[in-house]
Design a protein around this ligand. Structure first.
Ligand code: ADP
Ligand code: MG
Length: 709
């Protein structure tokens, strides 16, 4: 039997209930085969195995309750805050007061029709399933699932936990559950190949793959929600191990492929480096020197460097990357530098132009962004293609197909957490010419915990700048309610009048970009009114690039005292004289983002401060999060805590690209397995190389592994 005919590779369309239309929707979830259904694992579980007495309910639980509606009514309410509009339109809601003799709970419906309203009337017995929340006066369930019961009717409960699958629009949980059940009933030990070596399974007491899959989709009766959430079940442990293994194997493959490529070797001459560094106007830190040496020894080789450089905000990554560029330029090869935003790209362009200006060559450097169009762009592309420029700085625009280099030998990617694995690979392809690919240096301020480095970044070497330039003062951080906004305004004005410069950052993460820009505009207008003697600038994401650049430039020269901005200012903008930063709605931002923002100040000699303003009341969790920022200045500590609170994918901003988008594993929680996973991966590669591809395919799909490689 060939692989394509085997059970696991049969189309989902062989299952009941899947016609062409449903198949298209499932494809969006990455489900095209039977195997994909099996490995579309539950995200979590619901406990519908018992009816919980209302008197024993706690907020946050998802439970089944049963009772009699004592009273029901339609209420009108005004919802919506300063920027928000009520989701419920009219603000009309149906409230049903349910009680079971042990206590009462309110069922709240924002959407309901006349027949539902008639059914949910006083005297009706119902069974509900939903999430319990604190309401104004009592516990509530919003839009529970419900079923009416006759007076003495006795409805059975489920005997095991119910799986909840990750889903997409148009695919209902019931469909996903039904597909899983169909596949599981046809599943025997021979239906899906077991790729884990028996010795390993024995050693770890892992169940067979098909047993593990059955248990994870359908936990046995009697297993409690708590125990399954503890993720200690052998079935769970086995699948987690296999998933981590698949990721590790896929990264090893990337790496092996990379090592087959060739790159041009470059040497940095030490007197040249000394002269070059002199123009910075500062002494390199020991950490910067160490990293420059690591890069220099990579560049000497004819295999492409693949190095990740991590250094906290303000640690001086730019200067390090310039030294790397120097090596390549001295051999008259080209360097490409990529930044995530146009503001950042133009700032890097300024630095590199200044550092690489020579007597014979004033235009060694070129800036290419999305705003280059028509003739101007064509000219730039010609210059790049013909090798007339040696350094090309740009945004994503550098990825475009018609950008061709003459002799690209080094690609520097700044603030890498915005780029995914595939983008980084396609950049490498871009420079490939006659079997030669460029070296790559990837720079990020986001610390990569060991757990992630071993999975998502296993294809890269790793350097870290673990020291800030001397003389940096810690930024004093305070957390204040926005009810004290006026005091903050006073403080900012006072500072500006004394010649300092300040940022005022407006954030509205949940809302649209339009609203965020609007908020910044309003704030700027209001501050302008209050302080006629100060010059206030405004930058936000909806302004034209030229406008943004012009404002940032005026801020740099000191002409603007106070810069009102949205989070576009987040990465890399470098104005050493700015010493005060106010962040509005700080509670809405991620910790690493706050740390990045705060890193805009404290770059010069002055004692700097940062005011985190929040909208009260602040939840307990939000209070803890802001305290982490207030009390810590190390990006590494903050990122670690952020990771603990939010999970890996969000911290690295890679959830969308799927790099860390695991199905059942959680690199932080499961970190203890990583050493064994690493060992198993090497063993499988050496002894069972045929298992590698099917394992990767099973967990990561075709696209993940082979999409752009
Ligand atoms: P990041 O690592 O966040 O990209 P930058 O490269 O933008 O940091 O450097 C931040 C600031 O520190 C810049 O103004 C830069 O000129 C300065 N800087 C870099 N290295 C040193 C150093 N060794 N001593 C003093 N200042 C430095
Ligand atoms: Mg930087």
């Amino acid at each position: 039997m060939t692989q394509s005919e085997s059970f696991e590779y049969q189309s989902v369309q062989t299952l009941k209930g899947v016609g062409p239309a449903v198949a298209v929707k499932l494809e969006k979830l990455g489900i095209t085969t039977i195997q994909d259904v099996l490995f579309h694992l539950p995200l979590r579980y619901e406990d519908r195995t018992r009816v919980v007495p209302i008197g024993a309910l706690k907020s946050g639980q998802q439970v089944v309750v049963e009772g009699v509606i004592e009273h029901s009514e339609v209420r009108f309410s005004r919802k919506g805050g300063r920027w928000g509009k009520s989701k419920a339109g009219s603000g009309r809601s149906l409230l049903c007061y349910l009680s079971d003799g042990t206590g009462g709970i309110v069922l709240r419906f924002f959407y309901f029709n006349a027949s539902q309203q008639a059914m949910l009337a006083a005297g009706q017995r119902v069974r509900c399933f939903g999430e319990v929340r604190h309401g104004a006066n009592s516990l509530e369930m919003t839009h529970p699932e419900y079923k009416s019961l006759a007076e003495n009717e006795c409805l059975p409960v489920k005997d095991a936990l119910t799986p909840v699958y990750p889903k997409t629009e148009g695919v209902h949980q019931t469909l996903l559950r039904n597909l899983a059940e169909q596949v599981l009933t046809r599943l025997n030990d021979n239906a899906v190949p077991e790729w884990l070596p028996e010795s390993l399974r024995k050693e770890k007491s892992f169940p067979h793959l098909s047993q593990a899959l059955k248990r994870v989709h359908n936990p046995e009766a009697g297993i409690s929600l708590d125990s399954i959430e503890a993720v200690k079940h052998p079935a769970q442990q086995r699948l987690i191990f296999e998933e981590l293994l698949a990721h590790r194997l896929s990264m090893l493959q990337f790496r092996q492929k990379a090592e087959k490529y060739q790159a041009r070797p470059h040497n940095i001459k030490s007197n040249m480096l000394t002269n070059f560094v002199r123009q910075f106007g500062f002494e390199l830190t020991a950490a910067q020197k160490k990293v420059i040496q690591e890069i220099a020894s990579d560049l000497k080789n004819n295999v492409p460097m693949m190095r990740l450089l991590q250094g906290d905000v303000g640690s001086g990554k730019t200067a390090v990357s310039a030294c790397a560029a120097l090596a390549v330029l001295s051999d008259s090869n080209q360097v490409a530098i990529m930044a995530p935003t146009e503001i950042l790209a133009s700032q890097l362009y300024e630095n590199f132009s200044r550092w690489f200006k020579t007597s014979k060559n004033n235009d060694a450097c070129l800036l290419l962004t999305g705003k280059d169009k028509g003739k101007k762009r064509d000219n730039k592309l010609d210059a790049i293609r013909q090798g007339k420029v040696s350094i090309v700085v740009g945004t994503h625009a550098l990825f475009q197909e018609d950008v061709e280099f003459d002799s690209l030998s080094l690609v520097i990617v700044d603030e890498q957490h915005r780029f995914g694995v595939h983008q980084r690979l396609s950049l490498r392809e871009k420079g490939a010419k006659g079997g030669i690919v460029p070296h790559q240096l990837i720079m990020t301020a986001t610390p990569i915990p060991r757990s992630l480095a071993m999975t998502a970044y296993a294809d890269l070497d790793y350097s870290v700048i673990d020291e800030l330039p001397v003389g940096r003062k810690k930024v004093t951080t305070v957390v204040l309610s926005d009810q004290r906004r006026n005091e903050v305004i006073e403080r900012v004005t006072e500072a500006c009048r004394k010649g300092e410069q300040a940022y005022w950052v407006c954030t509205l993460v949940e809302e649209s970009e339009v609203l965020q820009c609007q908020a910044a505009e309003e704030t700027a207008a209001q501050l302008n009114q209050d302080f006629k003697d100060l010059t206030i600038g405004l930058v936000h994401g909806r302004m034209k690039q030229e406008e943004k650049d012009a404002v940032v430039a005026r801020f740099k020269t000191g002409e603007i005292n106070l810069l009102v901005a949205t989070t576009v200012i987040e990465v890399g903008v470098d104005v050493p004289n700015a010493s005060l930063m106010v962040i509005e709605n700080a509670e809405r931002l991620g910790l690493s983002q706050l740390h990045q923002l705060r890193g805009r100040v404290g770059r010069g000699e002055k004692q700097s401060s940062c005011v985190l303003m929040y909208q009260s009341p602040l939840s307990e969790r939000a209070k803890q999060r802001l305290a982490i920022i207030r009390e810590n200045s190390s990006g590494f500590v903050i990122a670690q805590k952020d990771l603990e609170m939010r999970g890996a994918g969000e911290v690295l901003g890679t959830r969308q690209t799927g790099v860390v988008g695991m199905r059942i594993a959680d690199v932080l929680r499961d970190e203890f397995m990583l050493d064994d996973v690493k060992q198993a991966a090497e063993q499988i590669q050496a002894q069972w190389p045929d298992s590698v591809k099917p394992l990767i395919r099973r967990w990561m799909g075709w696209s993940e592994q082979y999409g752009s490689v």
